[in-house]
Design a protein around this ligand. Structure first.
Ligand SMILES: Cc1cc2nc3c(=O)[nH]c(=O)nc-3n(C[C@H](O)[C@H](O)[C@H](O)COP(=O)(O)OP(=O)(O)OC[C@H]3O[C@@H](n4cnc5c(N)ncnc54)[C@H](O)[C@@H]3O)c2cc1C
Length: 386
């Protein structure tokens, strides 16, 4: 049920999830599937209209990875959950999230790019991962729209893409059907903590008591106050702006998502072709700028000169939530009982949504934190006085 007022029966919950982006929605849904009791998701504006709406929807852990580290393992695990995630959402809501299995193509357009993709090919094949090395002519045969300057390419057959805006609609529909109370237009100001335990949340519309809170407020996560006037964890998640362009590309230029080290293009089923992106520290300003759009156009045309003839139908920007080490912040807060973080997903929140939902819900319901989350614990940050 989506509400804008806290009614008398909703002054308490078993779990409050703060933030209605892809992460908060996926966690609320996973909690409902596990029978976690009364779940209340609180969103200050409307559901899924921040970074999760702005994203390109690429689920491509192999395309950009330089080593088989903890993050890579988490990301591949989440990608591999996507087929089941998409089909269960379809069963629950009738919404097709357009999970695309064509794969990702990563182009080398300079000598330096070629050296880099050779390294990527070597470590991934040595690790037993599936990746195909293509000559320039094989790449051109596969996707004739790409630049004639291509020197070689890698194809990642298991990397995917999803229509993230349809995903958000499906998740919103699913949580409503599963009985999650969704409060939109409701800002959480602070989390009330007494004797090192969560007691509830103060919102601009009133207090909701609860023993468990999940902070999934994206790039605004650091702005939430904790009420206990002692030591608090510094959650320095900062916004990193990303701008995007959407073209009308009917008939579609490409079947694959195509990357270069400087940009990417993403074909959508409805004939849009997305191109991205920028990485800018511009505070909380979500403007689209001339410089940003010009850089994206240049990089998209480097991948495929045919892009220059396409009409631009839309531009937008979103704020990626980035922690100081660029890794996600996932799991319970050791010092405060009932406080969980699921933030800092930076460039990979759409990709990491299924694994985040499953493992955060598991930690709350069973009290067991998966070893997969260990390296991303909020405890890796120092305690500071705020
Ligand atoms: C241009 C661009 C391209 C991207 N491409 C990809 C991609 O291809 N693949 C990929 O995996 N990821 C991609 N990302 C990253 C991805 O979009 C993010 O990592 C992800 O959306 C983060 O989800 P979130 O739910 O944490 O944050 P958000 O979607 O920002 O949601 C946070 C929500 O919390 C709410 N909120 C904040 N404060 C409060 C409060 N005090 N009270 C109540 N509600 C609050 C906000 O209103 C917001 O709705 C991209 C991002 C951008 C900007």
């Amino acid at each position: 049920m989506v509400q804008t007022e806290i009614d008398d029966s909703k002054h308490s919950a078993d779990v409050v999830v703060i933030g209605g982006g892809v992460i908060g929605l996926t966690i609320a849904r996973a909690l409902a599937h596990r029978g976690a009791g009364e779940i209340c998701l609180i969103e200050r504006a409307s559901l899924g209209h921040e970074a999760s709406f702005a994203a390109a929807g690429m689920l491509a852990p192999q395309a950009e990875a330089n080593s088989q580290d903890d993050f890579f393992r988490l990301a591949c695990h989440s990608r591999d959950l996507y087929a089941g995630f998409a089909s269960s959402l379809h069963d629950e809501t009738g919404i097709d999230v357009e999970l695309d299995t064509t794969g990702t193509l990563y182009l080398a357009l300079t000598h330096h790019d070629l050296v880099e993709i050779e390294k990527r090919y070597e470590w991934q094949t040595a690790a037993g991962l599936e990746v195909e090395k293509l000559t320039a002519s094989q790449a051109l045969q596969l996707e004739p729209c790409i630049s004639q300057s291509v020197r070689g390419a890698l194809r990642f057959p298991h990397d995917l893409q999803v229509e993230n805006r349809r995903l958000l609609s499906a998740l919103a529909n699913s949580v409503a059907k599963l009985g999650v109370t969704v409060l939109v237009g409701t800002t959480v100001e602070s989390v009330k903590i007494e004797r090192d335990e969560v007691r509830g949340v103060h919102t601009l519309r009133g207090f909701i008591s609860c023993p468990n809170v999940v902070v999934a407020a994206g790039t605004w996560s650091s702005l939430l106050k904790l009420s206990q006037p002692s030591e608090k964890r510094a959650m320095m998640v900062e916004p990193v702006r990303g701008q995007m362009i959407s073209f009308d590309a009917r008939p579609q230029l490409t079947r694959h998502v195509i990357y270069s080290p400087r940009g990417y293009i993403v074909p959508r089923r409805d004939g849009r072709l997305l191109a991205g992106s920028t990485s800018e520290r511009a505070g909380f300003a979500k403007q689209v700028t001339a410089g940003g759009i010009s850089a994206i156009l240049q990089n998209a045309q480097e991948i495929s000169p045919s892009v220059s003839a396409l009409p631009i139908v839309d531009t937008w920007a979103g704020l990626r939530p980035r922690a100081p080490d660029s890794l996600p912040v996932l799991g319970p807060c050791d010092e405060i009982g009932g406080l969980f973080y699921a933030t800092g997903h930076y460039r990979n929140g759409i990709l990491l949504a299924p694994v985040t939902g499953e493992l955060i819900a598991e930690a709350i319901v069973t009290g067991i934190t998966s070893p997969l989350l260990g390296p991303f614990s909020p405890s890796r940050f120092d305690l500071v006085h705020v």
